[in-house]
Each structure stands twice: as C-alpha cells, then as structure tokens.
Ligand binder design. Structure first.
Ligand SMILES: [Zn+2]
Length: 347
C-alpha cells in the first residue's frame, strides 16, 4: 500500500496548548507522525511516497478564502504587534450571539480580533510555519486520494496537522484545513460520483459534518465518544441527520465510555450498512486512533486487534478507500495501531 508522507509536518511544532484552564505540553506534536512513519517505513508492505503540490484551489473549494488568507498571514501580523510571541492563540472570540438581533457583522480589522474570528478554541496554536505544514497535510490527502482515483484499492495519507474539526470558516481542535473534506469534495467534484467520509476518530468530526450537512453527494458517517461528555461537546448527536438536500446523509453514532472491541465493531458494521446503502464510489476514512484503550485524552477501550478488525470491516465494503490520519495520542502505540488498521484494510 502506498503511504503519502511529507516532512513538511515538522513545520508545525507548537510547544504549548491551552486546555482545561491551563497551559500544557501539546498532545498533538511532531512525534506522532514520526512514530507512524517509522513503523510503516520498517514494514515492506508499505511504500512511502511524497505528495504533489496542489495549490490553494482545492482548499478554497471547501473553506472560506478568508480563512486561508488569515492562516497565511496571521502569525506575521500578530507578532509584529506582539514581539516575542511564538504561538498565536485567540483571547476574544467573535461568537455569533454577540451580535444577536443585529447583522452578522464582518471580519474584524485588528489582528487580535481576527484570530478569534477564524478560530473557535484555544488548543490550536498558530506558529510561524504552521500554514506551510497545513498546506502539506492537504497535499498529502489529495495525493493519497489521487492514488486511489488512479486505480489503487487503498492508500494512506499520513496527514499532520489533522483536519476533521476545521469547519468551512473556522480552525480549531488541532486542525487548520479539513484534509478529509477537501479530499472528499475533490472526488465528488472531479468524478461526479458520490463519496462517503467515514470518521472513526474518538472525537466527532464537527467540521466535516458542517461542511457537508446540506449536500447529498457526500455522506458523513461518524463513530465517536458521546458529545454529552466528549469534545467538541455541542455537535455530534444522533439526531443530527442532515438538512435540505443533505437530509438523511449524516449519520452519528455516539458511544459510551469504555466501549470495547465487540461493541465498536458491531457499531461499525451498522455504519457500513449505511455506507453500502448510500452507494458511494469512494470512501475517505478519517482515521483517528484515539479510540485506543490507553489513549491519554479519550475514554473508549478499543485494542490494537480491534483496530485491525475495524480495517477489515471497511475492506469488506469492497470500495476504493483512502485513509487519512486524524488523532491518536498514545504515541508509543500509534504506529502499531495505524499498521494494524491498514493491515485489516488490506495492506
Ligand atoms: Zn480525536
């Protein structure tokens, strides 16, 4: 199986994240992707290849061009006003309710206001070269997708930073551009066929759901920790099923604490029935490994063998599949968990 990887992910190297009302060492760091790369590089079944350059057009087909512009220039503008700052984090959020009964408003002019206009939370620092890393993750996703469009049955994009929390207009949740959504839209728009995004990350992919919520050509199917207790808290409930043309195309499976391999696999099998009924040409998997039993920020109980079984369930759909790395924070096990998942998928 081809694995698309670029060292450009090293350009996003935050040293701190603000979470649970404190500053702490980031869970999402360069060591994650390096661990996955090392494991797959040592396994002769995987062939590492570099991504092509795709430019900004596929990104702006999904995201607000204003978000792209902000991520490209935001760090430099902010640090010109605040010399010595290494990582830019918002402190004022432009929440819609601030302007209730008024017009929606416009992007603030001041850089301090712009950060909180384009970002929805505090765990996602913008560093000097984050934009280049985020562009590299999109290139990785699109190149892995192209391998499948060119006829391979499966491919893996070692995307970092991850993507599924980024909405059309907002970054956050360690995510800047929504790699999986950009890939899915690329397939749908260039082939005229239906696509499914299957999201198996512990956290609900609120960004992907938002981007496709009113569309009937891209189905979103997610298994995740119940937002009643799990990030992102306000989205990912079972009664969110799509709107307008997209009604019935969004499927959420919120799961209880300590969900084990058998319950996870049973739920995934039901999810795959929904995928088969939709009839997509291609499946894009948002492959988070933070459902793992020892993950430090999650509370499900899937084992490495459960990861292999998951890949096998998806393989049985018999559809061309591109898997893209999302979360997974037990770095010591992350390489083995990706390897197991892709083995099930048919590496
Ligand atoms: Zn996650």
């Amino acid at each position: 199986m081809k694995v698309v990887h670029t060292p450009r992910h090293l350009l996003h190297d935050p040293q701190v994240e603000y979470e649970s009302s404190g500053a702490q060492s980031p869970f999402e760091h360069i060591g994650r992707a390096e661990a996955v790369r090392a494991t797959l590089q040592a396994d002769a079944r995987f062939q590492l290849v570099e991504p092509a350059e795709w430019g900004t057009a596929p990104i702006e087909a999904v995201h607000n061009p204003g978000l792209v512009r902000f991520l490209a220039e935001g760090w430099a503008l902010y640090t010109a006003q605040h010399p010595g700052v290494r990582e830019v984090v918002p402190d004022v959020f432009a929440l819609a309710a601030l302007r209730s009964k008024m017009t929606p408003g416009r992007e603030p002019q001041a850089i301090g206001g712009r950060v909180g206009y384009w970002c929805f939370e505090t765990t996602t620092p913008l560093t000097e070269t984050t934009y280049e890393a985020a562009r590299g993750a999109v290139d990785t996703a699109l190149s892995a997708t192209q391998i499948v469009l060119d006829g391979a049955r499966a491919a893996f994009g070692l995307c970092r930073p991850p993507g599924h929390h980024a909405t059309a207009d907002l970054y956050g949740g360690y995510c800047f551009f929504n790699n999986a959504a950009i890939a899915a839209h690329h397939v749908a728009s260039t082939t005229g066929t239906k696509v499914t995004v299957l999201d198996v990350d512990y956290h609900h992919g609120n960004g992907t759901q938002q981007i496709f919520y009113d569309r009937d050509d891209v189905q979103y199917v997610s298994l995740h920790g119940d937002p009643a207790r799990a990030y992102p808290y306000s989205i990912g409930f079972a009664d969110e099923t799509g709107t307008g043309r997209g009604a019935g195309c969004n499927h959420n499976f919120p799961l209880p604490e300590r969900t084990d391999d058998d319950r996870w696999i049973d739920t995934l099998a039901i999810a795959c029935e929904r995928i088969a009924a939709f009839g997509p040409s291609t499946v894009v998997v948002s492959l988070g490994l933070d459902t793992f039993i020892n993950d430090p920020i999650s509370d499900l109980a899937v084992t490495t063998e459960g990861m292999r079984r998951s890949g096998d369930v998806v393989r049985q759909l018999g559809l061309p599949t591109v898997a893209l790395l999302e979360g997974g924070y037990d770095v010591a096990a992350l390489g083995a968990n990706v390897q197991a998942w892709l083995t099930g998928l048919g590496a």
